[in-house]
Design a protein around this ligand. Structure first.
Ligand code: NOJ
Ligand code: NOJ
Length: 676
């Protein structure tokens, strides 16, 4: 796409870009009180003036806070109006092959460059996470407003990622899926061989989510066969990775802490649920995803610090940090789905836990940055990754500051739809910062408390946008960071993710809610203790996608809706068997299982199934893996110990082990074995 084409795209995508984008305004409700309501932005300035006029006609006193809020709103509106086309243009500039910042530099179609900067810092790479989050936003914008140009971008993304999955790299290959956990690649899709924090296990689920968004559009517009043949193979590898490696540690999204990251776990949960939802419509096996998803959600709960009311973003590693981290705010916005209401298990933006967490995380940045000093507790501040950050001396980040706004906009959307706000003991402190008299209970739309909260939080959210606007370049360019003392935009210039974060936050402010991911059907925790079984996947190189030229939006209403998440146990003839083997191993060794049935590699050691060491401790050297085997099979198997690739295989001694798989059942069968 050439640069001269950009203004068109921008106009198509954001018809209101040149108008006022002001989603909320005061309206008189039935009880004569003012409340904010979403309206068409083109009308809102008039509505706002209208409301003020009504106010003065009626002689109501305009409170100082309300006057301040209106001024804030107008200045934020103005900046958003200017910034929106710039953000679109600059975001697309970083995508190959024709983006204005990367054109002619060997960047294939659909590849997102993190930032055009080639030194200090060198961000001229493609990160799976950045690319997926950016394309998730693009896919949502596309679903909202079809354009040919954006459609081309999405198809390019599918093609680039199908290819990328096959690129062997230091994290591994596609054979056992491990290579999917590689965090970054050269912009021409070659492997990056330098040292790095790898693997990063959020990449595959995030990419699945972005691709699923587009695949759903295909289904809903009558192109199911295309979703099936061209997009699903890539999605499926990422889902299998998510179901297989979710309980293994890896580096967090900031690429620094090896351990379990809240963001990675929550992204995995969403991908498995949304993947099962799409898979069911496409007629694919989904049981691995539906079986694992509730266990992932179960684990997700363990990051909560109930005493202090926040999510400890990294566990099983990184505990030297206090755990307050924008990681968790990103979960709230990226797993937003109003079908789950204010559910706390899935960490919905308006849940009591996510609101309490918002306060604790934002507060952790109030005193540490020079630019935040002296700002009142109920006012927005610049937000960073986590307070102990030392990267470029540790600074606020644009994307984290936008995310803080986005969570509040999301919450407001749900409360307005529900017509009530519930305050619990957990969220009380958050609300009291903004409405000092707030009390525990449910406050219906129209009540004084409801109105006070809505207006105070609207202004609070706008405040984060205002903070970002204050430190952006005057030409609208956004870097990665904001100098903590001078407020200068610093570190990676034109960070693609910064523009994306601006666009998603302001889309929510604008009242736009992306299609859900089935969260409302996936809030339940499994009974009893969390189980941490990991399902072995078989991975296949996706065929090169070929998109028919006839791919257009359906002329009429959507053809088929993708809404139901399969529940219970599908395909019970594939019986899930967990192989548990106790085998003490030394560093560099691993255990696999191989056997007579095709699911166990038909005695071919090259096709043996790797067991996971995620439950291995020095006191209990447990290796395990779960996999589906045809009901009724007579299974013979043995474990093998791998020392240096398959060249160094050693077999267990003695006879083959054996058992019969029962007839179709939904119960997981356990084999308990000891190395011999
Ligand atoms: C580069 C990573 O991208 C960044 O997240 C990290 O903070 C620095 N390396 C320092 O480890
Ligand atoms: C550093 C960030 O910590 C990481 O999340 C991101 O993927 C890279 N920079 C590239 O933007």
């Amino acid at each position: 796409m050439a640069l001269f084409a950009l203004p068109n795209i921008i106009q198509d995508l954001i018809p209101a870009a040149s108008e006022s984008i002001t989603p909320w305004n005061w309206n008189l409700n039935a009880s004569g009180l003012y409340e904010y309501l979403p309206t068409m932005h083109a009308l809102s300035k008039f509505a706002l003036l209208g409301a003020c006029a009504v106010q003065s006609v009626m002689g109501l006193p305009e409170s100082v806070e309300r006057r301040e809020a209106n001024l804030l709103k107008r200045s934020v509106d103005d900046w958003i109006n200017k910034e929106t086309p710039i953000a679109w243009q600059k975001l697309l500039c970083n995508i190959g092959p024709d983006g204005c910042a990367v054109r002619g530099q060997g960047v294939p179609a659909g590849v997102v460059v993190a930032s055009p900067s080639r030194s200090d810092p060198d961000y001229f790479y493609t990160w799976t996470r950045d690319a997926a989050l950016v394309y998730k936003g693009l896919a949502d914008a596309f679903r909202r407003n079809y354009t040919e140009d954006l459609h081309t971008q999405l198809k390019n993304f599918v093609s680039s990622q199908a290819k990328l999955q096959g690129v062997g790299n230091p994290a591994g290959g596609l054979n056992d899926g491990q290579g999917l956990g590689e965090p970054k690649f050269m912009v021409d899709l070659k492997e990056f061989t330098g040292e790095w924090g790898r693997p990063q296990r959020d990449g595959p689920p995030l990419r699945a989510i972005a691709l699923i968004r587009y695949a759903k559009w295909l289904v809903e517009n009558g192109h199911k066969a295309v979703a099936n043949a061209q997009v699903w193979p890539t999605i499926e590898n990422d889902l299998k990775y998510s179901a297989q490696y979710w309980n293994q540690t890896g580096f967090d999204l900031w690429e620094e802490v090896p351990g379990s990251s809240f963001f990675t776990i929550a992204s995995t949960h969403r991908a498995l649920v949304e993947g099962a939802q799409l898979g069911a419509v496409l007629g694919k096996p989904t049981r691995a995803y539906t079986a694992v998803a509730p266990q992932v959600l179960c684990f997700q709960q363990s990051f909560w610090n109930a005493r202090e009311g926040f999510v400890v973003s990294n566990i099983n590693g990184g505990e030297w940090r206090r755990g307050r981290d924008a990681n968790s705010i990103l979960v709230a916005i990226h797993n937003f789905d109003p079908s789950a209401g204010c559910d706390a298990n899935t960490f919905q933006p308006c849940s009591d836990k996510a609101l309490s967490n918002h306060k604790v995380v934002v507060d952790s940045f109030r005193s540490i940055y020079g630019i935040n000093r002296g700002i009142a507790q109920n006012k927005a501040v610049a937000v960073g990754r986590y307070s102990e950050d030392v990267f470029y001396n540790g600074n606020p980040w644009f994307l984290a500051t936008f995310a803080a706004a986005e969570q509040i906009y999301d919450a407001l959307l749900v409360w307005k739809a529900q017509r009530s706000i519930t305050i619990t003991q957990t969220s009380l402190a958050f609300f009291r910062d903004h409405v000092s008299g707030a009390t525990v209970g449910t406050h219906a739309a129209g009540s004084t408390t409801y109105n006070q909260i809505v207006s105070a939080l609207t202004a609070y959210a706008d405040g984060f946008i205002e903070v970002a606007s204050k430190y952006a370049h005057s030409n609208g360019a956004l870097n990665e960071q904001i100098d903590r003392n001078t407020g200068q935009p610093i570190a990676a210039p034109d960070l693609t993710w910064s523009y994306s974060a601006f666009l998603t936050a302001t889309a929510r402010r604008d009242g736009y809610i992306p299609t859900g991911w089935g969260a409302g059907q996936a809030t339940a925790l499994p009974a009893g203790q969390c189980q941490k079984f990991e399902v072995a996947g078989n991975y296949n190189l996706p065929p090169t996608p070929v998109f028919p030229s006839s791919l257009k939006p359906a002329a009429n209403a959507p053809v088929e809706q993708v809404t139901a998440v399969p529940t219970g146990c599908t395909n019970p003839e594939k019986v899930f068997v967990t192989f548990n083997e106790r085998a003490s191993t030394s560093w560099g060794q691993s255990i696999k299982v191989v056997g007579n049935v095709p699911e166990l590699g038909s005695w071919d050691v090259n096709k043996a199934i790797p067991l996971s060491a995620s439950k291995y401790t020095s006191g209990d050297p447990l290796w395990s893996i779960t996999l589906p085997i045809q009901a009724g099979s007579n299974v013979q198997y043995k474990y093998i110990r791998i020392t240096n690739g398959v060249a160094g295989v050693s077999w267990e001694s003695g006879d083959n082990r054996g058992f019969s798989v029962p007839s179709a059942t939904c119960d997981i069968q356990n084999r308990w074995d000891n190395w011999r």
